[in-house]
Ligand binder design. Structure first.
Ligand code: MN3
Length: 199
């Protein structure tokens, strides 16, 4: 059973004007779809042909000798699906309930979290991702490079922002800080984060 491209959780133009349907058409329709197609080509006829995405990620070593192409494509499929769900139309605002309490405990305040998340997203050199994750002793912000993903490192992702240039260049050109600020203030899906936190 091949890995499928999950449908977007909203219409192609639902995040406009913050993320345009033109960006979605390339980022989801070309980049994310290509990772799915590449992955299916890599697993076809192998003992991973019927494996879940998470099983494939666990079976491949990031950058290791075993199969970096397998890891990169599988992790990028997983990361992008998580990214689409990390945004919603009319998102932003503040968390509530147990997640808000956990953010206060780990970062001091929601505003302090937002400042650190923005700084780490802007400062993540090159292509990668910035994540809010749950670790054994609380919440943390982690940056990953290229396709790397927290699920490979025993962390539970709650939210992510894609800071590869293809995520924002059509709408923001080189202005990554403007994309990051818009993501936090207008798009961030706290309900998704809270649901992941409650697992
Ligand atoms: Mn991307």
């Amino acid at each position: 059973m091949a890995i499928s491209l999950p449908p977007l959780p909203y219409a192609d133009n639902a995040l406009d004007p913050h993320i345009s349907d033109r960006t979605i058409s390339f980022h989801y329709g070309k980049h994310h779809a290509a990772y799915v197609n590449n992955l299916n080509g890599l697993i076809e006829g192998t003992d991973l042909a019927d494996a879940s995405l998470e099983e494939i990620i666990a079976a491949a070593e990031p950058g290791g000798a075993s199969n970096p192409a397998l890891f990169n494509n599988a992790a990028q499929v997983w990361n992008h699906t998580f990214y689409w769900n990390s945004m919603r139309p009319s998102g932003g605002g503040d968390p509530s309930g147990p997640l808000a309490a956990a953010i206060d405990a780990s970062f001091g305040s929601v505003d302090a979290f937002k400042q650190q998340f923005a700084a780490d997203s802007v400062g993540n050199f090159g292509s990668g991702w910035t994540w809010l994750v749950r670790e054994d002793d609380g919440l943390a912000i982690v940056k990953t490079d290229d396709a790397d993903t927290p699920i490979k490192h025993g962390q539970t992702p709650l939210l992510t922002i894609d800071v590869w240039e293809h995520a924002y260049y059509l709408d923001y050109q080189n202005a990554r800080p403007a994309y990051v600020e818009t993501f936090i203030e207008k798009l961030m899906n706290w309900e998704f984060a809270a649901a992941n936190f409650a697992r």
